[in-house]
Design a protein around this ligand. Structure first.
Ligand code: GMT
Length: 372
């Protein structure tokens, strides 16, 4: 099939998932046309079946806000018309679903029928989309999509709770390529971070308020009082500058490193001993799943869709939002006992395998076929 995938090209989970989906489909001989405003972070190297179309937004002195959505819809029309596209799959409702609706109408005038699938990822519903500035357009474009999917049951419920739509929502959980993340840790790298065999704790996110990165640091401090440990903070975002300067004053300052945005998560995660994700909300928590695929147990909150991927007391622990003492207590429980730790590691991998790329990608293919 010839499939268009529209996504954000950045480090966010929706862009990562959309790019990995496109790559996996290309491996299965589909032709994939990515439409974004920048080369997606996880899209590197050459693949004969992958095409990348950049949305160009010409500026004009009149525009305080260049009309991205118009440029995007026009690019969709062009790509669909010139590449015999069968399906238009947009990831993240805003503004992709609305632009897809516009493209579909334009193409219909030329007797080209193009089905649209919209995949909801989380903040497009729970944070941004429900704001009344956007909600009428988001509601309409969800209704007008031929198929609507959500990355967790929780997100499906949140969508029905926040929007009055009647459309069925198919839940297709996010996935991970376990083979790519399940790697032997690079010892030299591990030694560099933890020269005395300290435990390596990792957090990765876009450093937005919803991630509660301040709780990551609080949990780490409680752990480090009991067990020699190092904290790696991966990613970047609005909360980072303040957290970084606060950390410079703290007694654990030499044990906490801000690594910024990193592309090679498959090299970083295997050196971790524990992954922390104390978010206020996660529709799914793709970062936690990638950690588990690298055999890393997860300490998280029980918010949103996290209980759909983490089993409490099996591959990690979940606590109430903000309960840093409980998170630290659970982390110490796992890290202190080598026998328990080994079991959690194995379980993390087993749990990640349930969400392996091989099991999930066919579910999208079934939907594409249904549309044809
Ligand atoms: O976590 C973010 O803020 C980024 C956001 C995105 O849209 O890229 O992530 C959302 O989508 C991911 C992929 O489906 C999910 O794994 C994340 O849980 C979800 N984030 C939130 O719901 C806050």
């Amino acid at each position: 099939m010839n499939i268009v995938i529209v996504c954000y090209p950045t480090f966010g989970g929706s862009g990562v998932l959309a790019t990995e989906l496109g790559k996996a489909l290309a491996e299965k001989n589909h032709n994939i046309h990515f439409i974004t405003y920048q080369q997606p972070v996880r899209l590197s190297g050459f693949h004969a079946n992958i095409f990348y179309h950049e949305v160009r937004v010409p500026t004009y002195p009149l525009f305080d806000f260049p009309p991205y959505e118009t440029a995007l819809a026009s690019t969709m029309v062009d790509v669909v018309k010139n590449n015999g596209i069968d399906v238009l799959h947009v990831h993240y409702a805003i503004p992709h679903a609305a632009a897809a609706y516009m493209a579909k109408q334009i193409l219909a005038k030329e007797n080209i029928k193009i089905p649209v699938i919209t995949t909801l990822h989380g903040t497009d519903i729970t944070l941004v989309g429900k704001d009344k500035t956007y909600s009428p357009v988001v509601t309409f474009s969800m209704e007008e999509s031929d198929i609507l999917t959500a990355v967790s049951n929780n997100l499906k419920e949140e969508t029905y709770r926040n929007f009055s739509i009647n459309k069925p929502i198919d839940v297709i959980h996010n996935f991970v390529d376990v083979n790519r993340f399940h790697k032997k840790p690079i010892d030299a790298f591990k030694k560099l971070i933890a020269p005395n065999g300290e435990r390596i704790i990792v957090h990765a996110s876009n450093f937005r308020k919803v991630k509660r990165v301040d709780d990551v640091i609080k949990v780490f401090k409680l752990i480090a009082k009991e067990i020699p440990a190092k904290l790696l903070l991966i990613g970047d975002g609005p909360e980072r500058p303040e957290l970084e300067s606060a950390t410079r004053e703290c007694i654990f300052k030499d044990d906490i490193r801000f690594l910024g945005k990193q592309e090679q998560m498959e090299d970083l995660l295997p050196i971790a001993d524990l992954f922390l994700l104390p978010s206020e909300y996660e529709s799914f928590g793709l970062a936690a799943l990638e950690a588990m695929a690298a055999e890393v147990p997860v300490i998280s909150t029980n918010a949103g869709g996290l209980p759909e991927i983490i089993i409490n007391g099996y591959c990690g622990y979940m606590s109430n939002i903000g309960d840093v003492e409980d998170m630290a207590k659970n982390a110490i429980k796992i890290l202190k006992d080598d026998a328990i730790y080994a079991i959690f590691k194995q379980n993390a991998l087993a749990q990640a395998m349930l969400f392996d790329i091989e099991n999930i990608v066919p579910q999208y293919e079934v939907l594409y076929k249904k549309l044809l």
